[in-house]
Design a protein around this ligand. Structure first.
Ligand SMILES: [Zn+2]
Length: 126
């Protein structure tokens, strides 16, 4: 059975975000990296989530907190609202531990370093 990619691309996971999870530099655009980070939340790939933070902001992250955020929530769907060369605005739908549906609406900033895209930071949207 083909496993569809959790990022919602309608491609198989093998042909979509799995490639980027194996090798981050295969993300050719900020949006591809963003999608692969969403898929990593769904699949709880904590090391990938940590490593895809830009080195300048990674030091503020804790793997244990990323893991808790990934595990506590049941990720439902990703919607890309708008993407540019270095920003992606998205809505991620998730169910919390009590089964309530939430929307994480964020505009994220991405930066390239040595040809590799990284998540830099983001602003939550109301
Ligand atoms: Zn994907």
């Amino acid at each position: 059975m083909i496993q569809l990619c959790p990022c919602g691309s309608t491609l198989s996971y093998q042909n979509c975000c799995n490639r980027i999870h194996q090798d981050q530099k295969l993300a050719e655009t900020a949006e591809q990296l963003m999608r692969s980070r969403y898929a990593a939340f769904c699949l709880r790939l904590i090391d990938f989530l940590y490593d895809s933070f830009h080195p300048q902001t990674r030091r503020f992250q804790k793997k244990s907190e990323i893991e808790q955020w990934a595990k506590e929530n049941n990720w439902q769907e990703l919607q890309i609202v708008k993407s540019t060369t270095s920003t992606v605005e998205f809505k991620a739908y998730y169910m919390d531990l009590r089964g309530e549906l939430h929307i994480h609406h964020e505009k994220s900033n991405f930066k390239r370093l040595n040809g590799i895209w990284y998540y830099y930071d983001g602003q939550l949207k109301a």
